[in-house]
Design a protein around this ligand. Structure first.
Ligand code: CP
Length: 316
């Protein structure tokens, strides 16, 4: 593995799942693999889980880690080619990425979408340029359209808790007060399509995800029907892809509750976090026995460690 920005960077998903679950049992088995190697983490947006789990994963492998909050501490970045930089941007991504590549052996990058221009957000331009100009392996810490370290942790959580070989997994839209990216649901859909599950997506009309990510998932606009017999319910808000970045509904009837769980196969509830209690998910779910959200966040460590291990083994 050279870069990690999508499930398609994974050659053998089952082998990577096994690798991550082995690391969970024995975190320090490869504690010298990354000695004298440096991981740089660049955040253009806030983070709790991604920042801490990826740092810890690198430390478990013996790596050094440097973290920079680019949005607050770095120069304002320009990404457009051939532009005369006479406005607010101070440094071009060509130099910034190339300089990071001088200091770091692997670089992790988080850059959210602006949710204004869909073609621009979905072009993947920022990551393509970081890969091109840094000259080192790049790990996505969430891009404008995908969040692969999260989705890999989600797969691990299902793998270690599932009671049947091919569980029913339902991705359900939830209400929110703000316009949020489609990165987490896109990515979850992409990984569920690569993993062997019965996969259903439910959301109000107008919230269909890009077909390139929803793929072979069954789309069901009636949440009650979608939840019937579900083994896992993945709750997440996202803004519209069609009417790009818009909030088309804030219907609180879409919030997951214990009453709705009765219609499932004692379904386990997942969410990537952070979550707005009482809006996206009811307290009774988050505080109840069916919530997997903390275990899921814990698995972020093992997804990151397996990916870093794979990159270290393949490139150095
Ligand atoms: N789930 C997730 O990526 O959390 P953070 O935004 O806190 O990193």
């Amino acid at each position: 593995m050279r870069n990690f920005t999508t499930v398609t960077d994974v050659v053998d998903l089952n082998a990577l799942i096994k690798e991550a679950l082995d690391l969970k049992k024995n975190p320090y088995a490869h504690k010298t693999l990354g000695v004298n190697k440096t991981l740089g983490l660049i955040f253009l947006n806030p983070s709790l889980r991604t920042r801490l789990s990826t740092q810890k994963a690198a430390l478990n492998l013996g790596m050094n880690v440097m973290v920079m909050n680019m949005d607050k501490e770095g120069w304002a970045l320009e990404t457009e080619d051939g532009i005369v930089m006479n406005q607010n941007t101070v440094e071009h991504i060509k130099e910034a990425a190339a300089v990071m590549g001088q200091y770091c052996d692997i670089v992790g990058v988080r850059s959210f979408p602006k949710l204004i221009d869909r073609d621009d957000d979905y072009s993947g331009d920022f990551f393509k340029k970081f890969i091109k100009y840094s000259g080192v392996p790049i790990v996505s810490l969430e891009s404008s359209k995908l969040h692969p370290l999260q989705s890999f942790a989600d797969v691990l959580t299902i793998e270690e808790t599932k009671k049947v070989a091919r569980p029913k997994v339902v991705l359900t839209w939830a209400p929110h007060i703000k316009s949020l990216p489609q990165a987490v649901p896109n990515s979850f859909a992409e990984w569920m399509n690569a993993y062997d599950v019965d996969f259903v997506i439910t959301h109000p009309k107008g919230y269909d995800l890009a077909k390139e990510f929803s793929g072979k998932a069954k789309i069901e606009y009636n949440q009650t029907k979608a939840l019937e017999g579900a083994d896992y319910i993945y709750v997440k808000n996202w803004s519209s892809y069609e009417d790009y970045g818009k909030v088309l509904s804030m219907d609180s009837n879409w919030m997951m509750t214990n009453e709705k769980l009765k219609n499932t196969n004692n379904g386990k509830v997942m969410h990537c976090l952070p979550v707005r209690r009482g809006i996206e998910l009811a307290d009774e779910i988050l505080d109840g026995p069916n919530s997997l959200v903390v275990q899921e966040a814990g698995n972020r460590l093992w997804s990151a460690q397996a990916v870093l291990k794979k990159i270290l083994e393949s490139n150095f």
